[in-house]
Design a protein around this ligand. Sequence first.
Ligand code: NAD
Length: 358
Amino acid sequence: MKNYKIAVLPGDGIGPEVVRQAVKVLDKVAEKYKFSVEYYYADIGGIAIDKTGEPLPKTTLSVCKSSDAVLMGAVGGYKWDNLPGDIRPEAGLLGIRAGLGLFANYRPAVIYKPLRDASPLKDRITENGLDILILRELTGGIYFGDKKRIVTEDGEPAAYDTMIYRKSEVERIARLAFEAARQRNKKVTSVDKAYVLEVSRFWREIVINVSKEYPDVALNHLYVDNAAMQLVIHPEQFDVIVTGNMFGDILSDEASMITGSIGMLPSASLGAESLGLYEPVHGSAPDIAGKDKANPLAVILSAAMMLKYSFKLKEASEAIENAVVKVLEDGLMTGDIATENAVVIGCEQMGDEVVKRL
Ligand code: NAD
């Protein structure tokens, strides 16, 4: 029986309670699909600061590196809000992404039919639900290029940032996009600003070259301004969107908001190896922590992504997604997503209901 080692970093606030539900779901799906999981718990964020003085202790990073995947809750809270930047809980997030060499961020934006009303889009746009995956390059581009404050020749203060992409950086993210599309609807949209930026023309050339290795996947290109518009008028045209760091930052937030609910949004960050970091998009929600009110579906769906992308267990992953949809169709919802006729349940029960439907 195949065994997977999972590093579990519950973190702060609602992190531990939502992660507990995902672990229950993983245990059940492992039993059903005949694989085994071992969990290695470690601290990150505020709880790690309290215990060790650091948001990402070295032991945590080494536990993650010796695992097959990492499942994370959330970090942060009022208690640590006034600490200096480098020892704030959120510094642990940047540290772990860099420490594990994670260069690709996967953000699915899915509108489930029972939650259609939560979307700010009109019914006629979302009537068949929606399922988009945005792949954002995470460790290059303008956020990491040379930047400086300067004084120009005529004495005026100015500043610059540099957008730079290496061929290898574009190739590796493009490959992941085509691989992901192969597991979905076989369509990649590459987003750039090729009529203005040289980096974008370069990006486009490389994506086209990589596409030749994937003749079974369709490729098209959109300028980022047009992509932003298309996401709200014809979102159903998209399967996988791949783009650079800054465009991806903006478009992934736009896409997630068209689904309407932060408690439903999973994410994954992957590198060259299959080791990936899986976490909900939401934060530690200190306002509802410990009250059994948190929606655990974002982290449960993050666990489903782990099965799909790190372990290549597509069937088991889809079983989790289907169980989540069934719970919603049965009208059971946590407070944050509850529609008019829903029965409102707590975090713990939501985990149990997903397990039951597996
Ligand atoms: P947040 O996502 O924690 O909360 C925003 C709002 O959404 C709150 O009203 C919260 O109650 C609600 N919410 C979030 N997740 C929910 C869930 N699963 N179920 C039900 N309701 C949910 O964002 P914030 O309030 O801006 O930040 C709180 C703390 O989290 C801060 O310390 C922030 O730095 C940190 N944070 C961490 C991460 C992360 O760990 N990846 C991400 C964002 C913010």
